[in-house]
Design a protein around this ligand. Structure first.
Ligand SMILES: *Cc1c(COP(=O)(O)O)cnc(C)c1O
Length: 499
């Protein structure tokens, strides 16, 4: 299967899956997409239903990554989604109400859904280096506002031929997030706090990436730079799996009949997770509508309503920080599938130049046939947490609460006759302080004992990875200026360090 750029210029020529995963972004600035999409028959669904999660993952991934053998993929999936890493199963479905069913994607090492992709993607990259004859080590640089950094560190730790270095704003992440990163284990990892905000960290990483001199120095030392962000095909493909897997489990559990269509609601930021659900639909999964749930940064709700994407607006910081995004990069892939490469390139040019674009009516019609959007403000988020816990005994995190609120709005809009599968993207304990505040009508306090207080109040279990953080060995406590980031990189990638 060939991969092509969403902008399909000559520069973004066809490439293999391994090459797409290794490079991340096409040379013309577009994102990689498979040239054709595989399709799943009802017999395929029957077969998949009888399999374990790692087997389902290997089966589905093998349809997209045909330069990897099934055996390679199965070996990687068995490790990535092992019982040790995902105790009790990788992506269980749990009913909240009769019609809203949670797809819990947070049973992995960092208790958030990014683990679903970041546990497998490093293994795919490690193999891609071999498959493309790359002799250098990959150095992954990540700027994080919290969650992605920890999930990437856990995913890449001790993976052969790869090192990872994470930068975070020293005052821009919660105390729990800070401690999670500072106590990270593994022999190929490094963590640096920087004085500044997330944008400083992000811009610092970007300027290191675009500096040719640095690339040369690193190359001489046997390294090349690579990124772990959510536009990489190696992160997107594994996300298709859990929607198919959840459908199989819903049929097996008798929640739906085989072939019955469902709606899927996804708390959305960068549009990666919901786009993976769309790919599952295009491959034959019986999905009626995809409900795009946003927080107060409701640029996608407006886009789905008006066809205008306009980032010239106020940016809000919310209690669902992983959805505080004004540029949803993976939307480009949806534009490519509905408008074609030429118009996509055009829209993206307008976005870069004016911060805004308006899509054509025919494209809008195609998108609306599958997508609808709702948003929820901070009060709605807190109310959803409270109501779901008191009425249904189910504890939501802040992101999933946005999704739940939007799923309810969809039901009330009169369209919601089907079962709604709600992507549950984080453990409530990951955002314990805000969840606690919602339940008690108090202001959130960023303390390390919020998980204990939440446990005491609700009687729910603290996930193992979040227990006893304060007792773990602190490994990384450097704080540097933004201008020193390059030195940190060069120091970490010192010649001959990794034999
Ligand atoms: C990253 C993240 C999201 C947003 O997912 P996208 O794929 O960026 O749309 C939602 N919830 C949580 C908890 C996340 O970490």
């Amino acid at each position: 299967m060939n991969y092509i750029s969403t902008r399909l210029t000559e520069m973004g020529a066809k490439t293999s899956a391994a090459q797409a995963i290794k490079t991340g972004l096409a040379a013309d600035g577009g994102l990689f997409m498979p040239e054709k999409l595989p399709s799943l028959s009802s017999a395929d669904f029957d077969n998949l239903a009888a399999k374990s999660y790692p087997e389902r993952a290997a089966d589905i991934l093998s349809r997209y990554l045909d330069d990897y053998t099934y055996e390679e993929l199965l070996a990687d999936c068995n490790e990535a989604y092992s019982e040790e890493r995902f105790p009790g199963g990788a992506a269980p479905v749990v009913p909240i109400t009769d019609n809203i069913i949670a797809l819990e994607l947070w049973h992995g090492p960092t208790c958030a859904f990014k683990d679903m992709a970041l546990q497998i993607m490093p293994r795919l990259l490690s193999r891609a280096l071999k498959k493309t004859g790359e002799e250098r080590r990959a150095l992954i640089l990540v700027a994080t506002s919290g969650d992605t950094g920890k999930a990437a560190l856990e995913g890449y730790r001790d993976v052969p031929n790869i090192d990872i270095q994470v930068f975070y704003p020293v005052d821009g992440v919660s105390r729990i997030q800070k401690l999670q990163m500072a106590t990270q284990e593994g022999n190929n990892v490094d963590v640096c706090a920087i004085r500044g905000n997330f944008d400083d960290a992000q811009n610092g990483v970007k300027s290191i990436f675009s500096d040719k001199k640095t690339a040369q120095i690193l190359s001489d030392r046997g390294y090349f730079l690579s990124s772990a962000n959510s536009i990489n095909w190696g992160r997107l493909a594994p996300q298709i799996v859990y929607y198919v897997s959840a459908y199989c489990d819903m049929v097996t559990a008798g929640m739906i009949k085989a072939g019955e269509s469902i709606d899927i609601c996804v708390p959305t930021g960068n549009f990666g997770n919901i786009f993976a659900a769309y790919l599952a639909k295009l491959s034959g999964l019986p999905v009626n509508r995809l409900i795009c749930a946003s927080n107060r940064n409701n640029i996608l709700t407006d886009f789905l309503k008006t066809g205008i994407y306009d980032r010239n607006r106020h940016f809000y910081t919310t209690t669902s920080p992983s959805m505080d995004i004004l540029i949803s990069s993976n939307l480009e892939r949806l534009l490519y599938l509905t408008a074609g490469a030429k118009r996509t390139a055009d829209y993206m040019k307008q976005l870069a130049e004016e911060g805004r674009y308006e899509i054509d009516a025919d494209v809008m019609e195609k998108i609306r046939a599958s997508f609808t959007g709702f948003f929820c403000d901070e009060e709605g988020t807190a109310a959803a947490i409270k109501e779901t816990f008191h009425r249904h005994g189910y504890l939501l995190d802040t992101h999933t609460a946005v999704g739940y609120h939007c799923a309810k709005q969809y039901q009330e809009s009169g369209e919601g006759g089907r079962k709604i599968l709600l992507a549950s993207t984080a453990s409530p304990y990951k955002f314990a302080a805000d969840v606690l505040a919602a339940l008690t009508d108090r202001k959130a306090e960023d303390t390390l004992n919020a998980p204990d207080a939440l446990h005491a109040l609700t009687g729910t279990e603290i996930p193992v990875p979040l227990r006893g953080l304060a007792e773990r060995v602190l490994r990384f406590d450097k704080v540097v200026d933004r201008l020193d980031m390059l030195n940190c990189v060069l120091e970490f990638a010192s010649a001959g360090k990794k034999a």
